[in-house]
Design a protein around this ligand. Structure first.
Ligand code: AMP
Ligand code: GLY
Length: 428
């Protein structure tokens, strides 16, 4: 690469997803320097962390201009939904991600459902309400369980599966009367409850061409056997054995291509990563939601399996040349187990010293992706609910799982909690 132009890259965000992105980007021979805003303790070993919040678009753009950043990669949904891509593009700054208008596929569930209905994309039947009494009267005529969802962004907490009128009333009150999620709950969706295994399929889209990534599954509930309240995700694995060739074919023809073409027709060209949360029902795969970005913790198990230089893919998306590159994956498996602070997703303590990270470095094909961690007096301490994601890869899921849990045993902080059954479903 001697004498060749090398890029300066800025990654935006501070979670396990962003640590994984930074780690993957460091492997590209085309990159000379990586910055991350704001980053975390793990990221600071690989990139220069910048103390700017992920949603401070003005400051981020000023930084990118001043440092002559060649490419900015956005991790979380909030800056996307506030138009970071529009703003950077207007200022002539190169950035990876969908525009504000295209991000509405995640930031407004009402828009997402409208799009799916219009373009015949399989999803749960639904109705939209702006008034809680009308919503309640509608529910009286439906059979339980039902799903009630806030229209806007609610960090994964705006979805309620209700089994009776009391729970339905509670959910509507929380969203529409108490306005717990503010504007996000101004409109609600009430939809039929679907049954099946959930799978996350992420894809790269340059607006015209789409290329799906390998499949993965998140574990959203806090306790083993999918019990207890929802979290940001307690672990993931890839690939998913029950997402077979037939599901993939249906996904491409009935979901992925129609959604990208539909967005194009609506004047909301989609460039970036599109994430489909699928449920595999007895009538075939249906869409639960779309996200406008890489998933967390799905990214932690997907990117270690990617053989192609990620920078080449990101550039191809921006330049609309995805059809010209061949995206290749390892024929292996990866498992990520999340280590959380005791009490999460409710109240938990911060500031616990994390030990054992050095011991794990001696192991092969395993890495700790940091989420809620920070450096203080040369020590790594906890600073969030989900703290670390121990991620291992091997020739199959059984081996990858074994290795991830072996790694986990080397790490300690007071009150740490993790699920013991990550990827068990894939092995049974
Ligand atoms: P969403 O943010 O729309 O993906 O919803 C979050 C979670 O709620 C999903 O991952 C599912 O576990 C559950 N969920 C959402 N919609 C439905 C549905 N229609 N039927 C069954 N479960 C659902
Ligand atoms: N793993 C769920 C999400 O990224 O939204």
């Amino acid at each position: 690469m001697k004498g060749q132009f090398k890029m300066k890259v800025l990654v935006i965000g501070s979670g396990g997803r962003e640590h994984t992105l930074v780690w993957k980007i460091t492997q590209s021979p085309k990159v000379s320097q990586i910055y991350c805003a704001p980053g975390n303790a793990g990221i600071s070993k690989l990139a220069q962390c910048i103390n700017i919040d992920a949603d401070n678009i003005e400051k981020l753009a000023n930084f990118a201009k001043k440092e002559k950043i060649d490419l900015t990669v956005v991790g979380p949904e909030l800056p996307l939904s506030r138009g970071i891509v529009n703003e950077f593009s207007e200022q002539g700054l190169r950035i990876f991600g969908p525009s504000k208008e295209a991000t509405e596929i995640e930031s407004s569930k009402v828009f997402s459902k409208y799009l799916m209905k219009k373009y015949n994309i399989p999803t749960a039947n639904y109705e939209v309400f702006k008034n809680s009494e009308k919503a309640f009267n509608y529910i009286k005529q439906q059979a339980f369980p039902l799903v009630i969802k806030a229209d806007g962004l609610a960090a994964g907490k705006g979805v309620f599966i209700v089994k009776n009128m009391v729970q339905a009333r509670d959910a509507l009150d929380t969203l529409m009367e108490e306005k717990k999620f503010g504007e996000a709950g101004r409109q609600v969706i009430i939809e039929e409850f679907l049954e099946g295994e959930e799978v996350s399929i992420l894809a790269f889209s340059d607006g015209r061409n789409v290329v799906p990534m390998v499949s993965s599954q998140d574990h959203k509930k806090i306790y083993d056997n999918d019990q207890g309240p929802n979290t940001g995700g307690m672990g993931a694995y890839s690939p998913v054995p029950f997402y077979n060739h037939k599901s993939e074919k249906i996904f491409l023809q009935k979901i992925l291509i129609p959604v990208i073409e539909g967005l194009q027709k609506e004047g909301r060209e989609y460039k970036g990563v599109i994430y489909a949360g699928l449920i595999l029902t007895k009538d075939g795969p249906k869409v639960l939601e779309f996200n406008a970005r890489f998933g967390d913790p799905e990214t932690q198990v997907i990117l270690p399996r990617l053989k192609t230089d990620l920078i080449d893919i990101l550039n191809a998306v921006i330049d609309e040349t995805l059809h010209k590159i061949n995206i290749e994956w390892e024929d292996n498996a990866a498992v990520c187990v999340v280590l959380a602070s005791g009490g999460y997703p409710g109240k938990y303590q911060k500031g616990k010293v994390i030990s054992g990270l050095e011991r794990l470095k001696k192991m092969e094909d395993i890495i700790v992706f940091h989420a809620g961690s920070k450096l203080q007096d040369n020590k790594v301490i906890t600073s969030g609910g989900r703290v670390l994601g121990i991620t291992a890869w091997a020739e199959n899921i059984t081996e990858a799982k074994k290795k991830a849990y072996e790694g986990m045993e080397k790490i300690y902080f007071e009150d740490m909690y993790y699920r013991k059954d990550i990827a068990t479903k894939a092995i049974k």
